[in-house]
Write a new protein. Structure first.
Length: 143
C-alpha cells in the first residue's frame, strides 16, 4: 500500500489541475529545473481553470510577482493547484501554486506561487463577458 504524501508546508490551496514529472531536458546549468518551465506549467494550469470558469477561450494578461522558494529537481513530480478567487466582467484572477513531490519520497513542498490574470475572449480574440456562476452551476461565492 502506498504511503500517504506528507506536506512540508501547509496544504495546497485550490484543486490540483496539472501534475507532471520534471525531466533532465528541463534543467538549467545547475541541474535544477528551469524556472520558466515551472512558470509555463503554472500558466497552463491557470488557463485550464480559466477556461472551465469562463466556459471558453481565455488569454493570460498578467502575472503578479512570483518568488521561487525552493528548486524543482529532476525526478520530482510538479503538482500545480489553482483557485479562481476573483471574477470581473471579462477577467479573472487565479491563484496558482506549484508544489514538488520529491523524487522517491512522500514529501511535498511548495516551490512557488503567483496570481495570474486571464481575460475571456471570443472567436475573434476580443474580450467577452465571463458567464455568471449560476450559468455554470457554481455557487455565487466562487469569485
Amino acid at each position: 500500500m502506498p504511503r500517504p504524501i506528507r506536506s512540508i508546508d501547509a496544504a495546497p490551496r485550490g484543486q490540483m489541475t496539472v501534475r507532471i514529472s520534471a525531466m533532465p531536458a528541463d534543467t538549467n546549468a545547475n541541474g535544477d529545473i528551469f524556472g520558466g518551465w515551472v512558470m509555463a506549467r503554472m500558466d497552463q494550469a491557470g488557463g485550464i481553470a480559466g477556461v472551465e470558469r469562463a466556459q471558453g477561450r481565455v488569454v493570460t494578461i498578467a502575472v503578479e510577482a512570483m518568488t521561487f522558494i525552493r528548486p524543482v529537481r529532476v525526478g520530482d513530480v510538479l503538482e500545480v493547484y489553482t483557485e479562481v478567487f476573483h471574477v470581473g466582467r471579462t477577467s479573472m484572477k487565479i491563484h496558482v501554486e506549484a508544489w514538488a513531490q520529491r523524487f522517491r519520497t512522500t514529501e511535498r513542498e511548495r516551490v512557488t506561487e503567483a496570481t495570474f490574470a486571464f481575460v475571456a475572449i471570443d472567436e475573434d480574440g476580443r474580450p467577452r463577458p465571463v458567464p455568471s456562476p449560476e450559468a455554470d452551476g457554481a455557487s455565487p461565492s466562487d469569485g
